[in-house]
Design a binder for this molecule. Structure first.
Ligand code: C5P
Length: 234
């Protein structure tokens, strides 16, 4: 599994994201791009095709969670957008995750990478207990959901770089960890709480890092992207 830096393109319009990506037109390495709900709902599926045509790999971060049949049919739509990676909530159960794989698989048997969100990093252990009535420690829940994703045949999970070693220990080195919450040692943390540097994420065994504002809001986005690649990939 190739390590890569994925830029979280959290823009709300087609114009804003294309203006940002234009900056990278001279780069030898075309950045892997994450398209989230904001851009997808704002600009529609055509933005996925357009960025793909420009030669970028795409992680479509829509975090599906619904009854198995609905997820299966929705995944078939995403499959036809030819994305490289997409995701869902492990909370939707193993049956839902298996249905998602069915929907995502192309007639030739290939499919985009499918990864699971375990517990959102915005969910605290206290909220999980008080609101969701889940009494187990958060780390145990994350590991358990990762194992469910593995059992369903998924390729990996979204997690903190700090959780990568545990996930790999329980689910195998080939089970992919896609990790946001990355900041440069001398950069602003913003609203992220548990952050690591690209170099530390590499040491911890993350397979992909997802980096947004340290690149998108940088004065020199190309320089920031290159620095991420150097630290994380070498
Ligand atoms: O700007 P920043 O580097 O914080 O962006 C991180 C990206 O990763 C955002 O698109 C955010 O929604 C996403 N993400 C996250 N934490 C998660 C899951 C996704 O920060 N647990």
């Amino acid at each position: 599994m190739g390590k890569d830096v994925i830029i979280a393109c959290d823009f709300s319009s087609r114009e804003a994201v294309l203006e940002f990506l234009d900056k990278f037109s001279g780069e030898a390495r075309k950045p892997y791009v994450k398209i989230g709900m904001e851009l997808f709902y704002g600009a529609g599926p055509e933005i996925v095709r357009e960025i793909k045509r420009r030669g970028h790999q795409i992680f479509l971060d829509l975090k599906l969670c619904d009854i198995p049949n609905t997820v299966k049919k929705s995944m078939a739509v995403l499959r036809d957008l030819d994305v490289d990676m997409t995701n869902l909530h492990a909370f939707g159960t193993i049956e839902m995750m298996k249905a998602a794989i069915e929907g995502l698989t192309r007639p030739d048997g290939t499919r985009p990478l499918l990864i699971a969100v375990t517990q959102l990093t915005s969910t605290s252990e206290q909220r999980m207990r008080d609101e969701l009535l889940i009494d187990r420690p958060l780390a145990e829940v994350v590991t358990h959901y990762a194992k469910n994703a593995l059992a369903a045949g998924l390729d990996g999970v979204v997690c903190s770089p700090l959780e990568s070693p545990t996930v790999h220990a329980h689910c195998g080195a080939g089970f992919v960890t896609v990790t946001p919450g990355v900041r440069f040692a001398d950069g602003a943390v913003g609203d992220q709480v548990r952050v690591t540097t690209p170099a530390r994420a590499r040491e911890l065994g993350s397979d992909y890092i997802v980096v947004g504002r340290p690149i998108t809001a940088a004065e020199d986005p190309i320089g920031a992207y290159r620095r991420c690649c150097e630290e994380f990939i070498g």
